[in-house]
Design a protein around this ligand. Structure first.
Ligand code: NI
Length: 216
């Protein structure tokens, strides 16, 4: 099995499948997670083949787009990897990562079993913060018809995955319900370092946002 060729085919599959996705889980999100995960894998001396495949397939069928069905992602990933004859051990590791990956609400813990899984989770979370995270959050909110901000709707930490899935809060609250919490959830040393700058940028953005809301 030529690993480089498998990655190339999988990249093409992800690109084709996610083309035109407008909710923030489009191909370019996958592309950024892939590149970031590859960078972290090198620094952390992880198995880059597993990391890259899991990164490329991690949003192949996002549960948010399939009425909360969390099983479809790993299933599609497995079908794809079997179709290009990737070995069974690699497939089961990659599918485990995809299954464990989704963020399930601020107070619901999602531990990853392996270093490779921790790295893909870190890369996915890094793409949710900083300048890109801000842009994606507003794009996603708009796709759901949410208000940007409404001072009468306070942010809320979700205790269960069900609560998180049902939440219909305004977009800016998502920073408090999820994005500002991600910095402390990074698994690897490399990701912790990368998260610092992105986190700071979000705090500055929010300062400006609320400052200008009242025209100060
Ligand atoms: Ni993702």
């Amino acid at each position: 099995m030529n690993k480089e060729y498998v990655i190339k085919l999988t990249e093409g599959y992800a690109r084709k499948t996610l083309e035109g996705e407008l909710s923030g889980h489009d191909y370019w999100h996958v592309y950024r997670v892939w590149k970031t995960a590859k960078f972290i894998a090198k620094k952390e001396k992880a198995d880059s083949f597993i990391v890259e495949l899991a990164a490329l397939l991690h949003d192949i069928a996002d549960w948010k787009a399939y009425d909360g069905d969390t099983t479809i992602g790993p299933r599609l990933a497995r079908e794809w990897l079997e179709s290009i004859e990737v070995d069974a051990q690699t497939i089961s590791h990659v599918c485990e990562i995809i299954n464990d990956l989704s963020f399930k609400g601020a107070e619901v813990k999602t531990p990853m079993r392996t270093l490779e899984g921790k790295i893909v989770q870190d890369a996915d979370r890094l793409d949710a913060i900083g300048a890109i995270g801000i842009a994606r959050t507003f794009a996603y909110g708009a796709s759901k018809g949410r208000e940007m901000y409404n001072p009468s709707i306070p942010p809320k930490k979700h205790k269960t995955f069900e609560e998180y899935k049902q939440s219909k809060s305004v977009t800016i609250n998502h920073f408090y319900e999820k994005l500002l919490l991600l910095k402390d959830l990074m698994n690897t040393k490399t990701a912790k370092k990368l998260a610092k700058e992105r986190h700071k940028f979000m705090e500055e953005f929010l300062d400006q946002f609320f400052d200008k809301w009242e025209c100060k």
